[in-house]
Ligand binder design. Sequence first.
Ligand code: PMP
Length: 311
Amino acid sequence: MLAPEFAYLNGRIIPWDDAKVHVFSPVAKYGIGVFEGIRGYWNEHVQQLYLFRVAEHLERYAFSQKAMRFDRAVSSNALIDSIIHLCRANAFRTTVHIRLMAFIDGAGELAAKGPVGTAITALPRKTTRQSIEGAAAHISSWMRIPDNVMPARIKCNANYHNARLAMMQAQLDGYDVAFLLNSRGKLAEAPAMCVFMVRDGQLITPSGTNDILESITRQTVIQLGREYLGVDTIERDVDRTELILAQEVFYCGTGAEITPVTSVDRMVVGCGQPGPITRQLIDIYRAIATGNNTAHERWRTPVFCNTDYAQ
Ligand code: PMP
């Protein structure tokens, strides 16, 4: 990893190497933090970096802090300013992945509600190879954490232990990605991604009560599918065998964007190539996120203010 020059910690933009927390802090000891991953899309034509759906990310971030009973939440406006300042300080002229984290700092124990620290980091992030070529998925033997154990709806650092176990197993067994079932044996999600399939021209995705994070990309895909392809999404329980019957499968998330799945458990999905609905969604999503398609202007927050073209 090539580190950028600056990070943000507790109100200040500081050199990357100085962004540290103590080993005795609850975030280090127990993973007591919540976070958001937000993409900034670089548009070469207008020389602008657009934060994608930052308001929706900050809304979920506020919910995560509330559900974790953190004693203080930093206001959304202040956070947007800090993200913008950090991107400007690093003079990014490329697509970036921004990580925003609220965490329990200090020397408290498990139930400590503060002091709440805030960290922001941003790193260049390219589109993955799998999102172009397609990914090989398997059904994990790890189960997705249920809502009354460790709610997947809260984007808590400690939840990612579950995702990590699944991801490590998938990689060791030669797959690109793991799909996790929930405690009822229905499809939940992948580590950091939601899953969709296409059956008989219809988009289908596990409903919000299947132990998934309420993903912003998932919501975007549902909306763009309806608006641009005239395809509605059914949100319901999904059986694992439906993934084998499906004509198309893909997963989506801020980091993964929209990534086609070409096999599940080594069984070919559709004709083994990214399908037409998935490909169209990838193109529409990218065009809107980069601002090449100027629809949904409110989804894009420009970082730089000194270009001729900035909206
Ligand atoms: N599920 C989990 C567990 C995630 O961590 C993420 C990434 N934030 C997603 C789904 C996708 O969510 P989003 O589209 O909001 O990035």
